[in-house]
Design a protein around this ligand. Structure first.
Ligand code: PEP
Ligand code: MG
Length: 577
């Protein structure tokens, strides 16, 4: 019998099912007599304190060699327990409605989840999982549920068990990994949830959204979990088990092979050196970047520094943060993208009303309108450049007037810093992202006025094909191989070559090994991607010959009849080139 789910972390596991019986928390409403209301408030606050204590205990138990910064996830949950939304409002509700604490908390949970559901950003939308994890913890304490801490089974070893749960918090997932589980599947959760992200970082196969787990699987029976295909199999015969054992072996060999590549340079068979860099969102990501031997950071998305806070970081805070990243990179280049806020990435949780945010005041448009936001960042980046190789990258350029305005602001800032005797690098490089079709079509104009270009395929595809990148309904139209997209990419690469400046790619397409040969054949020699994709892309590069790819890719671009491009890309990948 097979159950399907969403595979969020690849790999195959075969092991005994370990079911964590813990479903949704059923809450009933009851009236509290007036004279007992303050007791009920006290009971609620005590439960919040107890939840805080539990989280602090878990934080202490996190093994030191944990690869992922799990403490950060737990801190997020602890912060929520200090937030008025989850603490003060339920207290007000208990007093107002004369209801039990559980019901007040449920009312507030529903209101908060409603707000999350309406968010434009798929990533932020999944943060409602965190809200549920925190609230369920408090609910279980209020209800005196003895199973509440059962997920990690008191810390006893669970060798190779496959954990099946209604839901797992990130903290539970990391503790379970340390107890030796081989995989997990949950009934709820999405691919962008923290627990899913963790599974990928910990490299344990995982499924989310696997409905029917608790109904169809018996505790202790042997099951197979395939994180690539998104399937969970019970009652498998010997033949099926053999097939998956072989897949496990292949996956194991793949991991070994990739790990061996870490210190190997990325060089094609015909000797062309390719620059493989990493994208980062937070300074903490630098550890992984160094571990994977990336040659630098090709995209630092600084907006994450501005999120989840009421006031933007000032110049000093930004300067300190950038310098800490530069120091950690030990001489490797850092590309700092200026604030790309607006549209799906709102500073204040998305309360700006705009009928079409992706086409509205976002990224460089927003910064040029709001100098009090932009100037401290330019100063901080310039000052940080005195500490190591830093490049400034402008997102979402659309016309050269915008570029001129930024260049003039940077010049003014340099003059001001000089007057104040504050250092910056004389060799400061400025580049721009090509992520709007208009910019790709004018790439030659941009290339002649900047030090480098970087192709942001996530947005370039969205704007070229007129599909919202966070709208599930039109996801099927998101096509990196659309001839129009490929032509714009090629125009940009060619414009950079003519102007003699480097062109890199930092959108998701750069980290997808299916497109590596195509991009090499188009002349791309700098890729920036999530650190987990680096070795896989390197493997393809090291097995490719640019001189034989160039004519094949040219032929592919010249013939755009339907079905031609995907099949030619497949054949580029299959043969040894
Ligand atoms: C892109 O658009 O491809 C890109 C890298 O930027 P972001 O995904 O941050 O918009
Ligand atoms: Mg973008």
């Amino acid at each position: 019998m097979a159950l399907s789910g969403i595979g969020v972390s690849r790999g195959v596991a075969i092991g005994k099912a370990h079911i964590i019986l813990r479903g949704t928390v059923e809450v009933l409403e009851s009236a509290i007599p007036k004279h007992l209301i303050e007791d009920e408030v006290a009971r609620f606050l005590k439960a919040v304190n107890c939840a805080r204590q539990q989280l602090e205990d878990i934080r202490i138990r996190i093994p030191e060699n944990t690869r992922v910064d799990i403490a950060a996830f737990i801190d997020t949950h602890l912060l929520m327990l200090d937030d008025a939304t989850l603490v003060t409002t339920p207290v007000d509700l208990i007093r107002e409605h004369g209801c039990n604490a559980e019901w007040a908390l449920k009312l507030q949970r529903d209101a908060v989840v409603d707000v999350f559901e309406q968010m434009n950003d798929a990533y932020l939308r999944t943060r409602r999982d965190d809200v549920d994890h925190v609230i369920n913890r408090v609910q279980r304490i209020l209800m005196d549920d003895e199973d509440q801490e059962d997920a990690h089974n008191g810390g006893v070893p669970m060798d190779n068990a496959i954990v099946l749960a209604y839901d797992l918090t990130p903290a539970e997932a990391v503790l379970l990994e340390h107890q030796g589980i081989s995989a997990f599947a949950t009934e709820c959760g999405g691919p962008l949830s923290h627990t899913a992200i963790l599974a990928r970082s910990m490299q344990i196969p995982a499924l989310v959204g696997t409905h029917g787990l608790q109904r169809y699987i018996r505790d202790g029976e042997t099951i197979i979990l395939d994180g690539l295909q998104g399937v969970l199999i019970a009652g498998a015969d010997e033949q099926t088990l053999d097939y998956y054992r072989e897949r496990q072996e292949l996956e194991y060999q793949r991991q070994l092979e990739l790990a061996r590549l870490t210190d190997t340079p990325a060089i094609t068979r015909d000797g062309m050196s390719i620059n493989l860099m990493a994208n980062i969102e937070l300074p903490e990501d630098i550890d992984a970047v160094s571990r994977e031997s990336a040659s630098g950071v090709g995209l630092y998305r600084t907006e994450f520094l501005f999120m989840n806070r009421s006031k933007p970081p000032d110049e000093e805070e930004q300067y300190d943060t950038y310098v800490s990243v530069i120091d950690a990179l030990k001489g490797k280049p850092l590309t700092i993208r200026t604030l790309d806020m607006g549209a799906d990435k709102q500073v204040d949780g998305g309360n700006r009303r705009c009928s079409n945010p992706a086409l509205g005041l976002r990224a460089i448009r927003l910064c040029l309108k709001n100098h009090s936001l932009f100037k401290p960042q330019i100063r901080a980046i310039l000052r940080a450049s005195a500490h190591g190789p830093v490049r400034l990258m402008i997102p979402m350029l659309c016309n050269t007037q915008e570029l001129h305005q930024v260049l003039s602001l940077i010049n003014d800032t340099k003059n001001a810093l000089q007057r104040e005797s504050l250092a910056f690098s004389p060799d400061f490089k400025i580049g721009g992202m090509i992520e709007v079709p208009a910019a790709a079509l004018s790439a030659a104009d941009f290339a002649s006025q900047m030090d480098f270009l970087s192709i942001g395929t996530n947005d370039l595809i969205q704007y070229t094909l007129a599909i919202d990148r966070v709208d599930d309904e039109v996801n099927y139209l998101y096509d990196p191989l659309h001839p129009a997209v490929l032509r714009l990419i090629k125009m940009t690469i060619d414009a950079g070559a003519t102007a003699g400046i480097p062109v890199s790619m930092c959108g998701e397409m750069a980290g997808d090994p299916r497109y590596t040969r195509l991009l090499l054949g188009m002349g791309l020699s700098e890729f920036s991607m999530h650190h987990t994709a680096l070795q896989e892309v390197k493997r393809v590069i090291n097995a490719s010959t640019i001189t034989s790819l160039i004519p094949l890719v040219q032929e592919l671009l010249d013939n755009t009849s339907p079905g031609h491009i995907p099949s030619r890309v497949d054949s580029l990948n299959q043969n040894s080139r």
